[in-house]
Design a protein around this ligand. Structure first.
Ligand code: MN
Length: 733
């Protein structure tokens, strides 16, 4: 019997170099074999087109060599050869032959498009984009996100197929590459590409990628296992032969025509099983695998019944992947039986078509025969790909397989890099602001600008897969309400709202305090006259649980009347024993224009300092300041309780917007003259538009920034001096 293999220490492996001998490739020979693969399923004119792509690639890569010393073109040729094995369409083959020219030579996408058509050029571009992503460093723990990123970026399944064939050839020729790089590539293949192959159902490729990765990652373990498996084969031969004979005899007796094959486990599978389940080598190898291939689905179940009558099944080990296929489309019946000498026997029963799809996955669906005669499955695949490209959900009749792969291929997410190489998944359509909030709430609240792929971009920019985003923050920056119009993620939205609400409450509380102070003055009181015990008494009388701050915020928001609160506070003060005071006229609230959201200058009349003003306070709106002669004020005279006495602060620092309407002669250069005069008056133009021209006269509407009425009057005087200007009015409404 074979002795169990101890897992060799990793240190030993560093000294071992994988034994791979390299004979130079015979290009002419490879090209000949490629040609015969092509003519097996393509029309002569298609073969000619693919061959011209080879010539193009050969010329572009002339003078370039691989690590092995082979001419570079041997690589794209091998990649295209793998795609030809999968019977892919001519565009995919052309793209495979050209897949490295954009990255490694001076050829542009446009040239490829001009020579071989748009669709081949798009495929080459897609592969090149993946190559660029690959060169970004990624954290090992993020393999899953990295895979999703690659899949989401590919857009066309053929891009992934080319990329996988590319990786396969690189892995097959890895021996010529320096050891450190070899380990890195092998690790990446195991983490990223093998799982993608599995997800797309490309099981043969999946196993080969795993096997090659294992061999380069752990050369010594690989060799020891390889030797042990060879040695064990002799012992197994007898048992395998016995079972094989039994199956081949009994199935025809039951009227079932079947092909029976023994199944060798691949080395990485054995290795993994030993590690994960802590099994010895002999335990792993004591399991025998067989595959039974029959003509149709009913026969699968008949064969299962027949096998169960030969060997007893192990309870709980039966799995029906025909009724419920695996996510990647794999279908088979699995059962474990108790064979001769009590050895477990694993059988897989499937139809020939299931076998083909099980080995080649998505490539099997993509089988190319003729542009005009696509099989039903291909049509479905076509439709599916189409729907991927259009970002629409696949139609209801698509096989479940396609539905599953679609979900994996096209998640509703995009994947982007932080400056440190971490990958973040965000909702499709997410912007730089969403990214900032995804990193940290503080980053979101303080962000002012961003660099996307090292370029300064607006915060509203929609992010794309593979972007590298750097957020620029400022200590005193605040979220902008306009962000709400474009952020995509719930988190960003909630955080922005939360911030704005808190901010509004603070500003409203400050306004409420001033309004209450004004109302208290009407009662002959100063805010300082209201002690905390008076407040306590006042708050106690209210049934609802409120704080002093809540009351002030409510006043600022117009939800409570300052005058009523002031009267109640005065009453509470007297009840506490405070001396009565005389009523005095109340003073005005001073308006600075910079109070924030709690005090707004009305959009209808746009008051500026110097204008006589009135404040109107309404529920939930806070205080809105209008000019005395504003129409909307006239409409509210029946609700005078809501009017607040307001006054401008004598010297405000900010500028105020004001609208003017100028009627001028319709002559060339009038606009320039007016603009120059406004600038000379020390004002900035915020906005200008012209009414439709009516013959001799033209009407210009400006929005200007002024400090106050005096400043405004000076500008108007300047404008009147322009001969062409006929009439100037201040624009309201
Ligand atoms: Mn390549």
């Amino acid at each position: 019997m074979v002795t169990p293999v101890a897992t060799p220490a990793a240190a030993d492996e560093a000294t071992v170099i994988a034994p791979q001998t390299y004979s130079p490739v015979d290009l002419a020979d490879n090209l000949g074999r490629f040609r015969s693969k092509l003519s097996a399923y393509l029309k002569p004119e298609e073969v000619a087109r693919v061959e011209s792509a080879y010539a193009f690639s050969d010329a572009a890569h002339r003078g370039q060599f691989r690590s092995s010393g082979d001419p570079y073109v041997s690589h794209p040729l091998a990649v295209a050869g793998t795609l030809a094995d999968w019977h892919l369409d001519p565009q995919a083959l052309i793209a495979a032959l050209l897949h490295d020219v954009m990255e490694d030579t001076a050829i542009t996408k446009q040239e490829i498009s001009d020579t071989f058509g748009k669709s081949a050029a798009e495929l080459v571009d897609g592969v090149s984009k993946l190559d660029r992503i690959e060169n970004q460093s990624y954290e090992e723990a993020q393999a899953e996100n990295f895979r999703k990123m690659l899949l989401a970026m590919a857009r066309d399944v053929r891009v992934i197929l080319i990329k996988l064939a590319d990786r396969l050839h690189n892995m097959r020729t890895l021996g010529a590459v320096p050891r450190e790089k070899r380990r890195r590539i092998a690790r990446e293949t195991l983490d990223i590409y093998a799982p993608i192959a599995s997800r797309l159902g490309l099981n043969t490729l999946y196993r080969e990628l795993q096997e090659l990765s294992f061999r380069h990652l752990h050369p010594l373990r690989y060799r020891v296992l390889e030797k042990a498996v060879k040695g064990a084969r002799g012992n197994r031969r007898e048992v395998v032969g016995k079972i094989m004979q039994a199956l081949r005899r009994h199935l025809p007796e039951a009227g079932i025509e079947a092909e029976v094959m023994g199944r060798e486990k691949h080395l990485y599978g054995i290795y993994r099983k030993m590690r994960e389940k802590h099994l010895s080598f002999s335990q792993v190898l004591d399991i025998y695998g067989f595959r039974v291939i029959v003509k149709d689905v009913p026969t699968c179940y008949l064969a299962l019944g027949a096998l169960h009558s030969i060997y007893k099944p192990v309870p709980g080990k039966f799995k029906d992947y025909i009724a419920i296929p695996k996510a990647n489309g794999y279908q088979s019946l699995h059962s474990t039986l108790i064979g001769p000498y009590g050895t477990p026997v694993e059988v897989q029963i499937r139809t020939a078509e299931m076998h083909h799809i099980g080995e080649s996955g998505v490539a099997a669906h993509w089988l190319y025969k003729d542009e005009n005669a696509l099989s039903e499955l291909q049509q479905k695949t076509h439709k599916w790909l189409q729907s991927l490209l259009e970002l629409q959900s696949a139609s209801g009749d698509s096989a479940e397989f396609l539905e599953h792969v679609k979900v994996d291929l096209f998640p509703g997410e995009i994947y982007v890099f932080t400056p440190k190489g971490k990958i973040l998944g965000l909702a499709r359509g997410a912007t730089a602001v969403d990214f900032a909030y995804a990193v940290h709430t503080d980053i979101g609240n303080r962000c002012v600008a961003c660099r996307i792929n090292f370029e300064l971009m607006p915060l509203r920019t929609e992010l794309r897969n593979g972007d590298r985003i750097e957020i620029i923050t400022a200590t005193h920056a605040n979220p902008n309400p306009s962000w709400l119009s474009y952020v995509k993620s719930g988190k960003a939205r909630a955080q922005i709202r939360h911030f704005l609400k808190t901010q509004q409450h603070e500003e409203s509380a400050a306004l409420g305090e001033r309004l209450l102070g004004q109302a208290l003055a009407g009662q002959g009181l100063q805010p300082a006259d209201i002690s905390s015990s008076v407040w306590e008494r006042f708050l106690h009388e209210r049934a609802a649980k409120t704080s002093r701050r809540d009351v002030l915020t409510d006043i600022g928001l117009g939800k409570r009347m300052a005058a009523i609160v002031a009267r109640r506070l005065a009453a509470a003060r007297e009840a506490e024993g405070g001396a009565p005071v005389e009523h005095k006229p109340q003073g005005a609230i001073i308006i600075r224009g910079s109070e924030g959201v709690a005090v707004q200058l009305a959009k209808c009349c746009r008051p500026i300092p110097g204008d006589p003003i009135v404040g109107i306070i309404r529920k939930g709106q806070g205080l809105v300041v209008h000019t005395h002669d504003c129409h909307s004020v006239g409409k509210t005279h029946h609700e005078r309780d809501n009017w607040v006495d307001v006054e401008w602060e004598p010297s405000t620092e900010r500028l105020f917007e004001v609208g003017i309407r100028i009627v001028a002669e319709n002559r060339r250069g009038v606009l320039a003259k007016v603009a120059a005069e406004i600038a000379a008056g020390g004002s900035d133009i915020q906005n200008v538009n012209m009414d439709e021209e009516t013959g001799l006269y033209t009407t210009l509407n400006f929005t200007l920034q002024v400090a106050n009425r005096v400043h405004f009057a000076r500008i108007i005087r300047g404008l009147r001096r322009i001969p062409e200007v006929m009439r100037i009015t201040r624009a309201k409404e």
